[in-house]
Design a protein around this ligand. Structure first.
Ligand code: CP
Length: 306
């Protein structure tokens, strides 16, 4: 039985197969409409979510399966003190597969050790968000036609942003990847990712503070929100939250083919005026998130559709 804890759980070849399957699902939705009949997905969300929870649910419903779950710790027996390991042993009696989001790093890993069904990490604290990374890879491949040989700007909260951490892990396996890490000093990418992932794989990168300096040289800009929920005090968050605001004036500095991605939710870091720019790809990204999660559910449940 397979789980998904990190994007590294799939080899590059397996990721290609997964993205090809997502492409086939997009092109032939009717072929997959009954693939999961009789199967149940449980969504165990101990932290707020719109996209990740509902896209997993949409994916299972699109496959003809059923869904159950909870959307906050307060509405589950976690509020009474139940452990993650007891919860997953219980859910294993009800469902065929589950997606878990938890504020504590490593909680889905604990769950998979006590689970008899596949567990998908739907985001654990400031650590990893592998299904967002699958979504991002599919979006980049669909827009650019390939995943290597590009300069990617990662902008915003690189310290706490789990989507950025997972995406870096996944992208360093492709040739010709360069990063521009754009953040305020206090929200720099953690040292362990710089040394254990970027330096170890000899990935060229530079760290800059000004978004304007980076924009002219990017093939792709990945914007992120300042992660309010990970800050220790409100004052620091308020000081940092509007550090970057991408608007049309800044977009004018960027190449004509520089797509803008964002895992969403957005707060102020992308002005709504940018939404109308053909390079704004973050709502396309949301749609790709459903196709790739359909492909993931089929793969983890080992269901082949002929
Ligand atoms: N991208 C993402 O994780 O969004 P949600 O928090 O809405 O799930």
């Amino acid at each position: 039985m397979r789980h998904l804890m990190s994007p590294m759980d799939f080899s590059v070849e397996e990721l290609e197969k997964l993205m090809d399957l997502a492409g086939d699902i997009e092109a032939n939705p009717a072929k997959y409409a009954h693939a999961c009949e009789g199967k149940k997905l449980a969504t165990l969300f101990y932290e707020p979510s719109t996209r990740t929870r509902l896209s997993h649910e949409a994916a299972m419903l699109n496959l003809g399966g059923n869904i159950m779950g909870f959307s906050s710790a307060d509405s589950s027996s976690a509020a009474k003190g139940e452990s993650v390991s007891d919860t997953i042993r219980t859910i294993s009696c009800y469902a065929d597969i589950c997606a878990m989001r938890h504020p504590k790093e490593g909680a889905p890993m604990v769950a998979c050790r006590h689970s008899s069904i596949p567990v998908i990490n739907a985001g654990d604290g400031g650590h990893q968000h592998p299904t967002q990374t699958l979504t991002d890879l599919l979006t980049i491949r669909s827009l650019k036609g390939h995943l290597g040989n590009m300069t990617i700007g990662l902008c915003g909260d690189l310290k706490f942003g789990r989507t950025v951490h997972s995406l870096i892990h996944a992208l360093v396996r492709y040739p010709g990847i360069r990063f521009v890490l754009i953040s305020p000093e206090e929200l720099r990418l953690p040292g362990y990712i710089r040394s254990d992932v970027l330096d170890k794989n000899e990935i060229p990168y530079e760290e800059v503070v000004r978004l304007e300096d980076a924009l002219p040289n990017l093939d792709l800009l990945y914007m992120t929100r300042v992660q309010k929920e990970r800050f220790f005090n409100e004052e620091d968050y308020v000081r940092m939250k509007d550090f970057y605001i991408l608007d049309m004036k800044k977009m004018a500095l960027a190449p004509e083919d520089m797509y803008v991605l964002h895992p969403l939710p957005r707060v102020n870091e992308i002005s709504v005026e940018v939404d109308a720019d053909p390079r704004a790809a973050y709502f396309k990204q949301v749609q790709y998130g459903v196709y790739i999660r359909m492909a993931l559910i089929l793969t983890l449940l080992e269901i082949e559709v002929k």
